[in-house]
Design a protein around this ligand. Sequence first.
Ligand SMILES: Nc1nc2c(c(=O)[nH]1)N[C@H]1C(S)=C(S)[C@@H](COP(=O)(O)OP(=O)(O)OC[C@H]3O[C@@H](n4cnc5c(=O)[nH]c(N)nc54)[C@H](O)[C@@H]3O)O[C@H]1N2
Ligand SMILES: Nc1nc2c(c(=O)[nH]1)N[C@H]1C(S)=C(S)[C@@H](COP(=O)(O)OP(=O)(O)OC[C@H]3O[C@@H](n4cnc5c(=O)[nH]c(N)nc54)[C@H](O)[C@@H]3O)O[C@H]1N2
Ligand SMILES: [Mo]
Length: 680
Amino acid sequence: MLKGMKARATCPLDCPDACSLLLTFHGGRLARVEGDPRHPITQGFACAKTYRYPERVRERLLYPMRRVGHKGEGRFVRVSWEEALEAIAQRLKEVLDRYGGEAVLPYHYAGTMGLVENQHPLAFFRAIGAAELLETICATAGGAAWEMTYGPRLAPDPEDIPENTRYILLWGINSLSTHSHLTPFLKEARKRGAKVVHIDPYENLTSRFADWHLKVRPGTDAALAYALAHVLFREGLVDEDYLAQAATGVEAFRQAAEAWSPKRASALTGVPEEAIWQLAREIGEARRVFLRVGYGMTRHPGGGNALRAVILLPALLGAWRYPGCGAMLSTSGAFPLNKRFLGGRHLLEGDHPHRGYFRPNPGVRRVNMNQLGTALTELQPPIRALFVFNSNPLVVAPNTGRVKEGLAREDLFTVVLEQVMTETARYADYLLPATLFYEHPDLYTSYGHYYLSWNEPLSPPEGEARPNTWVFRELARRLGLEEPTLYWTAEEVARSLLDRDHPYLQGLTLEALKREGFLKLNLPRPFLPFAQGPVRFSPPPEVIPTEPLPDYPLILLTPPAHRFLNTTYGNVRALVEAEGGEPRLLIHPEDAAARGVTEGALVHLRSPWGRVVRRAHLSEAPIPGTVVLEGTWWEGWAPDGKGINHLTSERLTDLGEGSTFHSTPVEVEPLRLAEEGLRI
Ligand SMILES: Nc1nc2c(c(=O)[nH]1)N[C@H]1C(S)=C(S)[C@@H](COP(=O)(O)OP(=O)(O)OC[C@H]3O[C@@H](n4cnc5c(=O)[nH]c(N)nc54)[C@H](O)[C@@H]3O)O[C@H]1N2
Ligand SMILES: Nc1nc2c(c(=O)[nH]1)N[C@H]1C(S)=C(S)[C@@H](COP(=O)(O)OP(=O)(O)OC[C@H]3O[C@@H](n4cnc5c(=O)[nH]c(N)nc54)[C@H](O)[C@@H]3O)O[C@H]1N2
Ligand SMILES: [Mo]
């Protein structure tokens, strides 16, 4: 890369925006990141955190290392790749010979969204018959709810919003922070007359942007949706033609809605009765409604049902008939890629000829990633080898106390592939340096728009960093595995993904992507994904409210922070300071007064699963009864050095076996009181 020249790359992080970025290098190092003005969604701006990417990787891992201290202590010595790979392969062979593939567990999520580096490492694990990780930490409750209701995850094209949308509902999503490249489209729609309404248990950036904010009690959205439907039916505001033509099961749903008068729903949800009447009438008259739902409301025991109830509202209104209208959870279902060989999925199908020494196992045991703590401490027969990549489980997985207990096991062999020294990395037996998004090739989809993109490496890896797929290829070779897809290059993986005869993909060849960087899917115009349905109202969604417990009367929400991306960027001092320097607990003055909690005081926050210390910030932002801690902070920034997931549980959602991060029953006590008889 020439000095000072800008080069394009897609942001790899787990965010709907999948931005096109312009990178400037000085002396071979990344110096500056900007948004690409050529990309119709990125529109020339990067988010508050991405501008800081160079700071995030200033102190990155550059060489393979072997642990010399205790697990968690973070003392390592540098070793050669040869030594690390030989030692890992040797240990793996022992585990496989003695205990079989199911004693090996890969733990991975979305540190990079690139399909090659995110998914293709799994081919190695499938070829050795390793336990299969269920990737449930984020989107499966929502995914299952959407699937039951509409089928594929398709949404209105955001580019169609300004011209067509009259009413915008942002429900259970702080989109100004977590889908920030939607904002220009919302602003433009508002300029043309659309009203913006936010429905969320606490006031955040998006509430302040909205024209109207309704505070709802966590986990009660299904009741609110039913009450809105109740009014729509009663006042003849539903689109009967659309329902007759595109929907099934409406009658049972109508009967269920009958039972949810605004008065009854108001008592459960905390939303004033008058507001429910008004909102129902406004959306009923507007019809051209764009509903953006987030995964926030799904992170509850009844989250799947809640989401189903909410996403049925645009169908009642016939909103799907209009471009830019309907509901958006995700756009990911529009990318018609051939994923059969990605990550060796075919190896799980069991219909392929058996090659090599290890026998892939289609009926292999599965581990839900939300239950890592239990998997590492209780599962029988035990997990003996753990490979972590694209994830920071010590901080992001629920019930950190359990997870730490598992990671600390002396008999657990742990390999971590990372870019920076995370708190998980400190538990590695071998810590391997991973490349950054501009150092390896990859193919990117998006879950907030319809552009597909390709990153060409822009600079050689710094130090001895290597792509995840390189590491697993090297291990495969050392184990003598013969499965050919294990050895595919990134380009071969991409070509296989694009090898599908589908109208959306017409003209989207790897060559074209390399030339252009990004290309939009060839969606039909106008894009009306569910104008003809099918919309399934049955079974009618259940109302399963999130309940506090007698000793834990408050509900804790832990939604994303504006300037972190999960734990990524949590090591950047400037961003940490802009977030307030330490994680703070937002508590309503009424809840604080009832507990003798004062502004700025340290408090104990405890749940049935653990306790942490935080500084309290009194704020009218949360609905009373709910406390909020924004951001999954690195443990080190907290007053007691403990992350927030010490409090959360492994409980799963009603649909999709998803996470329940926003449903934690807690109690808050001033530190001094609690310290009688207890130590932090
Ligand atoms: N800045 C930033 N952006 C991010 C991320 C980040 O960490 N930081 N994370 C990325 C990732 S991995 C994801 S999955 C997405 C997350 O995105 P989503 O979960 O889809 O949406 P969020 O914007 O996090 O919104 C969650 C909102 O749901 C609210 N909420 C919680 N419980 C309930 C409820 O019961 N009912 C209702 N109505 N609302 C509820 C919370 O208060 C919060 O405002 O964002 C991505 N973008
Ligand atoms: N309490 C609470 N907990 C939560 C959430 C919440 O809202 N509340 N949100 C949940 C959600 S939605 C999600 S998606 C998960 C996110 O959980 P994770 O996917 O684990 O996300 P990150 O914390 O960002 O960690 C990703 C790690 O991958 C590394 N990485 C990036 N690129 C690469 C690469 O190419 N190779 C390798 N080897 N490593 C790479 C980064 O350095 C980073 O440390 O957290 C969940 N945890
Ligand atoms: Mo996520």
